[in-house]
Ligand binder design. Structure first.
Ligand SMILES: CC(C)(COP(=O)(O)OP(=O)(O)OC[C@H]1O[C@@H](n2cnc3c(N)ncnc32)[C@H](O)[C@@H]1OP(=O)(O)O)[C@@H](O)C(=O)NCCC(=O)NCCS
Length: 168
Protein backbone atom coordinates (compact mmCIF):
# COMPACT_ATOMS: atom_id res chain seq x y z
CA UNK A 1 0.00 0.00 0.00
CA UNK A 2 1.37 3.45 -0.90
CA UNK A 3 0.45 6.49 1.20
CA UNK A 4 1.21 10.05 0.22
CA UNK A 5 1.57 12.36 3.17
CA UNK A 6 2.38 16.02 3.28
CA UNK A 7 4.92 17.02 5.86
CA UNK A 8 5.76 20.61 6.64
CA UNK A 9 9.33 21.63 5.93
CA UNK A 10 9.86 24.54 8.32
CA UNK A 11 13.46 25.04 7.21
CA UNK A 12 12.61 25.66 3.58
CA UNK A 13 9.15 27.02 4.40
CA UNK A 14 7.31 24.97 1.84
CA UNK A 15 5.27 21.79 1.79
CA UNK A 16 7.06 18.65 0.73
CA UNK A 17 5.40 15.49 -0.49
CA UNK A 18 6.73 12.34 1.15
CA UNK A 19 5.61 8.87 0.11
CA UNK A 20 5.40 6.03 2.68
CA UNK A 21 5.45 2.48 1.31
CA UNK A 22 6.70 -1.05 1.91
CA UNK A 23 10.38 -1.37 1.05
CA UNK A 24 11.54 -3.21 -2.06
CA UNK A 25 14.89 -4.76 -2.97
CA UNK A 26 15.90 -1.55 -4.76
CA UNK A 27 15.83 0.27 -1.39
CA UNK A 28 18.29 -2.00 0.41
CA UNK A 29 21.47 0.00 -0.25
CA UNK A 30 19.93 3.33 0.78
CA UNK A 31 18.42 1.77 3.93
CA UNK A 32 21.86 0.35 4.73
CA UNK A 33 23.51 3.78 4.46
CA UNK A 34 20.77 5.49 6.50
CA UNK A 35 20.83 3.01 9.39
CA UNK A 36 24.59 2.79 9.59
CA UNK A 37 25.02 6.59 9.74
CA UNK A 38 23.09 6.47 13.03
CA UNK A 39 24.85 3.28 14.11
CA UNK A 40 28.19 5.13 13.90
CA UNK A 41 26.77 7.54 16.49
CA UNK A 42 25.63 4.53 18.57
CA UNK A 43 21.97 5.51 18.20
CA UNK A 44 21.01 2.30 16.35
CA UNK A 45 22.42 -1.19 15.97
CA UNK A 46 24.48 -1.50 12.78
CA UNK A 47 22.89 -3.64 10.03
CA UNK A 48 24.69 -5.51 7.28
CA UNK A 49 23.46 -5.60 3.69
CA UNK A 50 22.85 -9.29 4.22
CA UNK A 51 20.63 -8.60 7.25
CA UNK A 52 18.60 -6.02 5.32
CA UNK A 53 18.12 -8.35 2.33
CA UNK A 54 17.04 -11.15 4.71
CA UNK A 55 14.53 -8.88 6.44
CA UNK A 56 13.45 -6.52 3.64
CA UNK A 57 9.81 -7.60 3.99
CA UNK A 58 9.84 -6.13 7.53
CA UNK A 59 10.67 -2.62 6.30
CA UNK A 60 8.64 0.46 5.47
CA UNK A 61 10.35 3.45 3.88
CA UNK A 62 9.60 7.10 3.22
CA UNK A 63 10.83 8.58 -0.02
CA UNK A 64 11.04 12.23 -1.06
CA UNK A 65 10.02 13.80 -4.35
CA UNK A 66 13.36 12.78 -5.87
CA UNK A 67 12.58 9.17 -4.85
CA UNK A 68 15.44 9.11 -2.32
CA UNK A 69 14.88 7.23 0.93
CA UNK A 70 14.60 9.67 3.85
CA UNK A 71 13.31 7.30 6.52
CA UNK A 72 12.91 3.62 7.33
CA UNK A 73 11.43 1.42 10.02
CA UNK A 74 10.97 -2.33 10.43
CA UNK A 75 8.37 -4.45 12.20
CA UNK A 76 9.78 -7.83 13.17
CA UNK A 77 7.65 -10.65 14.56
CA UNK A 78 9.30 -12.08 17.67
CA UNK A 79 6.84 -14.49 19.26
CA UNK A 80 3.17 -15.29 19.59
CA UNK A 81 1.38 -11.93 19.77
CA UNK A 82 4.66 -10.02 20.05
CA UNK A 83 6.57 -7.86 17.54
CA UNK A 84 9.45 -5.40 17.69
CA UNK A 85 9.90 -2.02 16.00
CA UNK A 86 13.50 -1.92 14.78
CA UNK A 87 15.86 0.21 12.73
CA UNK A 88 13.72 3.36 12.89
CA UNK A 89 15.71 6.15 11.26
CA UNK A 90 14.89 9.48 9.64
CA UNK A 91 17.53 11.38 7.69
CA UNK A 92 18.68 14.31 9.83
CA UNK A 93 17.55 17.03 7.42
CA UNK A 94 14.04 15.48 7.41
CA UNK A 95 13.65 15.06 11.18
CA UNK A 96 10.95 16.90 13.07
CA UNK A 97 8.34 16.56 10.31
CA UNK A 98 6.54 13.55 11.81
CA UNK A 99 8.09 11.13 9.33
CA UNK A 100 9.26 8.93 12.22
CA UNK A 101 5.72 8.97 13.64
CA UNK A 102 4.20 7.97 10.31
CA UNK A 103 6.69 5.12 9.86
CA UNK A 104 6.09 3.82 13.39
CA UNK A 105 2.31 4.05 12.88
CA UNK A 106 2.56 2.06 9.63
CA UNK A 107 4.36 -0.66 11.62
CA UNK A 108 1.71 -0.55 14.36
CA UNK A 109 -1.08 -0.85 11.76
CA UNK A 110 0.64 -3.81 10.17
CA UNK A 111 1.07 -5.38 13.62
CA UNK A 112 -2.70 -5.04 14.15
CA UNK A 113 -3.38 -6.70 10.78
CA UNK A 114 -1.15 -9.60 11.83
CA UNK A 115 -3.02 -10.04 15.14
CA UNK A 116 -0.01 -8.92 17.14
CA UNK A 117 -1.19 -7.61 20.49
CA UNK A 118 2.04 -6.13 21.92
CA UNK A 119 4.75 -4.17 20.13
CA UNK A 120 8.01 -3.24 21.84
CA UNK A 121 11.15 -1.30 20.95
CA UNK A 122 14.61 -1.02 22.47
CA UNK A 123 15.60 2.60 22.20
CA UNK A 124 17.74 5.50 23.37
CA UNK A 125 14.81 7.76 22.54
CA UNK A 126 11.94 6.76 24.89
CA UNK A 127 10.37 10.22 24.55
CA UNK A 128 9.58 9.62 20.86
CA UNK A 129 7.82 6.35 21.79
CA UNK A 130 6.05 7.89 24.80
CA UNK A 131 4.28 10.21 22.35
CA UNK A 132 3.02 7.08 20.56
CA UNK A 133 1.63 5.79 23.90
CA UNK A 134 4.37 3.24 24.54
CA UNK A 135 5.31 2.79 28.19
CA UNK A 136 8.57 1.69 29.74
CA UNK A 137 9.00 -1.97 30.56
CA UNK A 138 11.71 -4.17 31.99
CA UNK A 139 13.84 -5.76 29.28
CA UNK A 140 14.02 -8.94 31.33
CA UNK A 141 10.27 -9.41 30.79
CA UNK A 142 10.82 -9.82 27.03
CA UNK A 143 11.46 -13.30 25.57
CA UNK A 144 15.05 -14.53 25.83
CA UNK A 145 15.45 -14.57 22.03
CA UNK A 146 15.45 -10.75 22.10
CA UNK A 147 18.89 -10.99 23.73
CA UNK A 148 20.37 -12.84 20.76
CA UNK A 149 21.14 -9.57 18.96
CA UNK A 150 22.36 -7.92 22.15
CA UNK A 151 25.11 -10.47 22.52
CA UNK A 152 26.59 -9.41 19.14
CA UNK A 153 26.37 -5.70 19.99
CA UNK A 154 29.63 -3.86 20.79
CA UNK A 155 27.90 -2.15 23.74
CA UNK A 156 26.88 -5.43 25.42
CA UNK A 157 26.50 -5.75 28.43
CA UNK A 158 26.75 -2.04 29.25
CA UNK A 159 24.08 -0.73 26.92
CA UNK A 160 21.61 1.84 28.15
CA UNK A 161 18.80 1.09 25.71
CA UNK A 162 15.38 1.41 27.25
CA UNK A 163 12.63 -1.14 26.57
CA UNK A 164 9.23 0.36 25.73
CA UNK A 165 6.04 -1.52 24.93
CA UNK A 166 2.54 -0.78 23.66
CA UNK A 167 -0.57 -2.96 23.86
CA UNK A 168 -2.65 -2.80 20.69
C1 LIG B 1 13.81 9.13 16.50
C2 LIG B 1 13.53 9.62 15.08
C3 LIG B 1 13.19 8.42 14.22
C4 LIG B 1 12.35 10.58 15.15
O1 LIG B 1 11.99 10.92 13.81
P1 LIG B 1 11.26 12.29 13.47
O2 LIG B 1 10.62 12.16 12.14
O3 LIG B 1 12.21 13.40 13.69
O4 LIG B 1 10.17 12.31 14.64
P2 LIG B 1 8.77 13.03 14.61
O5 LIG B 1 8.85 14.31 13.88
O6 LIG B 1 7.74 12.04 14.15
O7 LIG B 1 8.56 13.30 16.18
C5 LIG B 1 7.39 12.91 16.88
C6 LIG B 1 7.45 13.52 18.26
O8 LIG B 1 8.55 12.96 18.99
C7 LIG B 1 9.38 14.00 19.48
N1 LIG B 1 10.78 13.59 19.40
C8 LIG B 1 11.42 13.08 18.33
N2 LIG B 1 12.73 12.85 18.64
C9 LIG B 1 12.88 13.23 19.93
C10 LIG B 1 13.97 13.26 20.83
N3 LIG B 1 15.19 12.84 20.49
N4 LIG B 1 13.76 13.71 22.09
C11 LIG B 1 12.53 14.14 22.48
N5 LIG B 1 11.45 14.16 21.66
C12 LIG B 1 11.62 13.70 20.41
C13 LIG B 1 9.13 15.17 18.54
O9 LIG B 1 9.43 16.40 19.15
C14 LIG B 1 7.67 15.02 18.21
O10 LIG B 1 6.88 15.61 19.22
P3 LIG B 1 5.56 16.47 18.86
O11 LIG B 1 4.58 15.49 18.24
O12 LIG B 1 5.12 16.98 20.19
O13 LIG B 1 6.00 17.51 17.88
C15 LIG B 1 14.76 10.38 14.49
O14 LIG B 1 15.13 11.41 15.37
C16 LIG B 1 15.97 9.49 14.24
O15 LIG B 1 16.13 8.92 13.18
N6 LIG B 1 16.86 9.39 15.28
C17 LIG B 1 18.07 8.58 15.17
C18 LIG B 1 17.78 7.09 15.26
C19 LIG B 1 16.94 6.74 16.47
O16 LIG B 1 17.18 7.21 17.58
N7 LIG B 1 15.90 5.88 16.25
C20 LIG B 1 14.96 5.45 17.29
C21 LIG B 1 15.49 4.28 17.99
S1 LIG B 1 14.55 2.81 17.66
Amino acid sequence: MRNKIKSYDARKNRRTKILTRKATLGDVKEIHILINKFAKRKLLLPRSLSYIYDNIRDFFVCENREKRIVGCCALHIVWEGLAEIKSLAVKRSYQGRHIGTILAKRCLNEAGELNVDRVFALTYNPEFFRKLKFSRTNKSLLPAKVWRECIDCPLFPNCEEIAVIKKL
